[in-house]
Ligand binder design. Sequence first.
Ligand SMILES: [Cu+2]
Length: 362
Amino acid sequence: MNFDEKNGFSRKQFMKNVGGAIFGGGLLAGAGLPLKTKANSLAHMDKPEPVPISTDRIGADPTDIPGPITYSSPRTHEIELVSNELTAEIEDGVQFQYMTFGDQVPGPMIRVRQGDTVIFTLRAAEDSAMLHNIDFHAVYGTGGGANATYVTPGQSKTIKFKAMYPGAFIYHCAVPEMDYHISSGMYGMIVVEPEDGLPEVDHEFYLGQNELYTQQQVGTKGLHEFSKSDMQREDATYVLLNGEKYGLTDQRHGPMKVKKGETARIFFVNGGPNLASSLHPIGNVWTKAWREGAIASNPEKFVQTALVPPGSCGIFEMDFPVPSTIHIVDHALSRVANKGMRGDIVVEGEEEPDIYNPNYSS
Ligand SMILES: [Cu+2]
């Protein structure tokens, strides 16, 4: 398959149709999402105004990603992302004006092969309000593309780059108030697969962490306003996995699901902008860990808690020898107990009492 042409599909349709290496992230914008937030509601307000919800779900579906690379010679991809601002729920009844790539947090995962060429366009939604751009850590070039991709509402900018080195890399907005924009959701991942590809696994999940700084307390109903002073003190209100409080649990969109005996790979990106993540799977271990997403290196084995700095990624593999519910957390646990940072993986299957017996009696 070669995807040299722009597509008119929504992101999800496109993934379904090609199941492969590339997508048109952000093309949902203007394609049926009602009640787009009006731009000026993002400007600095004295009081929160009621604003319509722009999207039912801001948090990325962790399974909605391009599949592994299956081709073996370099290709050219034409990729477009749309920058936008959207009002959505952090948790039930609590809203925030997010900024996004592709109407989701983290932004769509891009997947190419080492040696591929990418013709990349950043387009700012017509009814967006803010100046945005994009810095890819997978790019050799000034600002990772940021200087060449400043876009005002309705504007597009295109860069071309070759993916020279393999790994999992963050992309993020890099305008002067970049901490505000990244905190509000403007980050995602580009995976550059090595020429020989990645090991086979049964499942792949895409997860991203970022923190929100708001003037209200956790759980206060209504629209939360951004707090610049809290951000300057790095005093986060929420610390979130895929953009929402406990979004990937039964409390919201439901957990990720696997079966006993299967394997999974986690692609994890920490947008930050300020907090490092001590990423740990409660009741499991990272069987293989490529810290920093440094896939050209040998993996570390059986890592319990992997530090993922802001502005970086990790690639982690897991085995599931017993049925269980695994909590993916930042082991700075106040962020889990109080600030929303948790996602679950449910492992279905028959008990394996030789490995773990929760009801032992001699
Ligand atoms: Cu931005």
